[in-house]
Design a protein around this ligand. Sequence first.
Ligand SMILES: Cc1cc2nc3c(=O)[nH]c(=O)nc-3n(C[C@H](O)[C@H](O)[C@H](O)COP(=O)(O)OP(=O)(O)OC[C@H]3O[C@@H](n4cnc5c(N)ncnc54)[C@H](O)[C@@H]3O)c2cc1C
Ligand code: SF4
Ligand code: SF4
Ligand code: SF4
Length: 318
Amino acid sequence: MSFDKLKKEVVDSGLCRICGACVAACKPGVIEVDDGPNLIDECVECGLCTDVCPEINDLDSFGLKELDRERSISVRSRNPEVIEKSQDGGAVTSILISLLNKNEIDAAVVVGQTDSWKPIPYVVTRPEEVLESAGTKFGSAAILSKVRKASQHGEIAVVGTPCQIEAAKILNENGVGNIKYYIGVFCMKNFQHQQLFKVITDKAECDACDIEKIGINKGKFNYKINGSESILELSEINHCVRPVCKECSEFESKHSDISVGSIASSNGWSTLIIRNEKGKKIYNTAKKDLKTKKLKTLKPIDKLAKIKQKQTQKQTQK
Ligand SMILES: Cc1cc2nc3c(=O)[nH]c(=O)nc-3n(C[C@H](O)[C@H](O)[C@H](O)COP(=O)(O)OP(=O)(O)OC[C@H]3O[C@@H](n4cnc5c(N)ncnc54)[C@H](O)[C@@H]3O)c2cc1C
Ligand code: SF4
Ligand code: SF4
Ligand code: SF4
């Protein structure tokens, strides 16, 4: 089996999630990935890249079932520096720092960004490096392409969207890398980075590097420039949504050990869902660094998950 099959069935047909699993699996190292995977040297047709692609392989066939919610809470980092840089309550950044400080992991794969907000996957081994990855970047980053490099340090954690966590699990089933913990973020949709930032910079008459923060809150897209916040209706950026996201029905990262989002918590807090024993271990390792409060209700999560499923059904019926 060759890279051509993967290219034809997944990449050329617009199904690629840009997860980077194929890059990690390719022992000869002949795939590179930016806006999608490409061949940069001779393919030896070993088929490893197709074995790990989540669009070709079903998680069920590995016996990988979705995990239930065991415990859900609202959390906020106690570290002001983390809060300043993070998207919501800084749960993910705090957790990664705690896992590294307490030697639970040796490295993690995270997403940083260029000055123009292009998402970039990279490996962190020190808390200062984790801080640089705080905040949500809208656009795809092939995080799993860094799994081999990260695993050279020892046991690792990966942070990713639901589709990337699924791919990470398949990678693990194929014996690639040394992933110990899966930290998922909730995800309604993702965007084509260049298109999205063109809309924002045209509207705000600025350069992408002037934008301080971006996010989605209560059904509106918001961005901050010079400390002041502006809003875009989601209908204004709908054409920037990645086509593959319109066919995706997973919202809350049900294959992760612990998943994190903003919905259901107050502003500046993160919603944390613990899903298994490893999720408990992650939380127990980080809990001293987190303020905690009860979640009033999980209904907003269920509502958003249902909306996503319905949107996907409509899209696939078209
Ligand atoms: C594309 C996308 C869509 C999302 N949609 C929703 C939503 O609809 N509802 C909701 O409640 N939450 C959503 N989230 C999650 C939310 O934006 C926060 O990531 C989450 O609440 C964690 O916040 P935090 O303060 O704990 O994270 P932080 O401490 O700020 O850490 C953020 C972490 O996210 C990782 N990350 C950043 N950008 C990406 C990316 N593009 N791909 C993969 N990993 C990334 C970084 O590596 C970092 O570790 C989305 C996240 C993404 C990436
Ligand atoms: S993993 Fe094997 S089949 Fe895929 S590109 Fe690399 S060498 Fe080719
Ligand atoms: S493994 Fe991931 S990046 Fe590679 S082709 Fe499949 S979906 Fe795309
Ligand atoms: S909407 Fe689905 S396919 Fe798109 S980034 Fe989120 S989890 Fe991945």
